[in-house]
Design a protein around this ligand. Sequence first.
Ligand code: ATP
Length: 371
Amino acid sequence: MFLEQLTLKNYRNYEQGCWQFQNKVNVILGENAQGKTNIMESIYVLSMAKSHRTTNDKDLIRWDKDYAKIEGKVGKKNGPIFLQLTVSKKGKKAKLNYIEQAKLSSYVGHMNVVMFAPEDLNLVKGSPQIRRRFIDMEIGQVSPVYMHELGQYQKVLQQRNQYLKLLQSKKQTDEKFLDVLTEQLVELAVKITLKRYEFIELLQTWAKPIHAEISRGHEQLAIHYCPSVDVLDKQQWSRIVEVYNDKFTQIKTKEIERGTTLIGPHRDDLSFTINGKDVQTFGSQGQQRTTALSLKLAEIDLIFSEIGEYPILLLDDVLSELDDFRQTHLLNAIQGKVQTFVTTTSIDGIEHRVVRDADVYEVVSGQMMRR
Ligand SMILES: Nc1ncnc2c1ncn2[C@@H]1O[C@H](COP(=O)(O)OP(=O)(O)OP(=O)(O)O)[C@@H](O)[C@H]1O
């Protein structure tokens, strides 16, 4: 699939703009703070109905305006689709093929994007939060239902934490309501945990050969899902509800003392090993970069295998962070099949082959023009 047309109105520093793109590499060039990332973000928001860099939707609205609108025409195998997302102070409105969708989950998932941004280079050594965000974003691309369940989980979690605080301060003493919230939380936690298990296993099958190739056959990558409860093998999956319930019973007093939920998908993590050694502890910077790149390329293949079309790749400020060898590898993997948007402050840092075949756009203070 590819983004044929993008229209922005009152989006961040863009008052308005409309661009046609081809199914190839599009380089977005500009100095700092001109609006390159804003374009990438708008494409991401058009796809996911939320930003990758803010949880506050109002940030997307141009400062002196009441609403922001993003529209896109997406070329797909079975004909084009039209997406429109409006963000206002009252909330979000999403239209698919001009029809307003009552639920965002029926809007998300029609245009798939894979975003590779500088924070992804920190995936291995950064905080667990970065890795959780990574899993959620990637699963969300192939499963809108997952995003919905995750949203519900976060709501129940927030409610449970508030109630734990009341119990902690003894403003409440009724523990029965806590049990009700725990039951709701476990139901959602189980769905999310199992989905993460399955996804990581699948992602690994794609990432392993890619990583081996980029490391010229020297390195074997493995991804390990580390949930906050021990359900280490598939045989235990049927017991997962029991495992969560037992653990919550064990830690109830501690949770009330601390006034917060101590286990669940919001405490999960991922770890990576290369040739059996933990990359977080022993990996070089190059190995971390190769790992991040392998995972992103694996995601592209995975989406293709799940939905039969390649996603759109967004490389925000990250291509020039990769050395020539890794850039070439990336290029070979996407060439001719994946529409790609690349932002950069300078063409010099990008492999000449990318630039030669690309359409180049220049961004200057909220205006983007084809060069
Ligand atoms: N809601 C908003 N309304 C108006 N302008 C905004 C809004 N949010 C951000 N901006 C402006 O957008 C610009 C930043 O754009 P962006 O993050 O896309 O920069 P960039 O070109 O990617 O820069 P860099 O190369 O430094 O990453 C800044 O000038 C900022 O003031």
